[in-house]
Design a protein around this ligand. Sequence first.
Ligand SMILES: NC(=O)c1ccc[n+]([C@@H]2O[C@H](COP(=O)([O-])OP(=O)(O)OC[C@H]3O[C@@H](n4cnc5c(N)ncnc54)[C@H](OP(=O)(O)O)[C@@H]3O)[C@@H](O)[C@H]2O)c1
Length: 313
Amino acid sequence: MKAAVLEQYGPADAFKIKNIDAPSIKSGQILVRNKATSVNPVDTLVRSGMFRLVTGLFGEHVVGSDFCGIVEQSASPLFKEGDEVYGFNRAMKGGAYAELVAVDAREAAIMPSGLSYTEAASLPLVATTACQGLVKFGKLRKGQNILINGCTGGVGSAAVQIAKSYGATVTGVCNGKYAEYARELGADYIIDYKNEYIPKNKQFDLIFDCAGKLTLSDVEESLKKDAMFVTTKGNLGSATGIFKTAVDLVFNPRMKFVVLKPSGTDLSHLRELIEAGKLRHSVHQTFPLERIADAHRMVENESFTGKVVIEIK
Ligand SMILES: NC(=O)c1ccc[n+]([C@@H]2O[C@H](COP(=O)([O-])OP(=O)(O)OC[C@H]3O[C@@H](n4cnc5c(N)ncnc54)[C@H](OP(=O)(O)O)[C@@H]3O)[C@@H](O)[C@H]2O)c1
């Protein structure tokens, strides 16, 4: 099968398009003929070798989480050959920048109707992160007043829409040039992170930082008593930020770090939201697998809304 292969970790140019053996599947898994994947920020970190102690020191690596395509072999009662599925592998497992990807059947779902493979591949990892961040870790309840930091990014765009489907009032923090896009997603109030601060008036029931820029102690004065702070990353931009994030995580139960878990159940719930028109996709640009290096450079260096999707033909 064709795949974007890393023989060594490194810059975006490290990818080589090669023919390699297809993965084999074991009981409980499916083999998906993958039509599209997307580039998530974590893929660029895996590619750089940051997680090499987990992803492996030697040998070839196929990066990539999101997948969308057709079941080619099934060793699970959950899916049959020909089913159209979507989902994501854990970033440390990868495997999705390839024509065939092995997936645990419980971590996939039937893809949403009315979407192309390209559109559907833009959603699984970011929308599941948003869903688990808000509902599982943030305990979002109907009608709450919440703040979403990074509200026009991949995770943030999904988070705004999911929060609105819960009837939340959403303040979105984003780059001011995307304020109109944030309003279209459903944000009720916008804060331009380049020119404004998050108000310190203890009004929010939940703050979800999906830009990965904050820790609880940065925004505690904006939260109501006992309200939760959920982050996808923490404030890791400086030594002080790393220290504060570590202290908050260890000593303050109001701070939760999203530990993302692939879930067919969550993906099925997201499919319902998509089919009901409550969660829309946004594809910024598509690249063929052969141009994976350009796609990685775009995600690493450019500001945009929507996802960078890789089409596999
Ligand atoms: N823990 C987990 O399991 C998990 C899962 C998924 C993602 N993540 C992490 O979560 C982060 C977001 O992922 P993503 O896919 O949504 O990335 P993304 O699409 O790149 O979105 C990041 C957003 O943050 C905005 N931003 C940058 N600086 C900001 C600031 N100072 N204040 C507010 N917003 C700011 C960016 O706006 P600009 O356009 O101005 O750059 C962009 O819209 C990444 O670090 C990713 O690795 C973690």
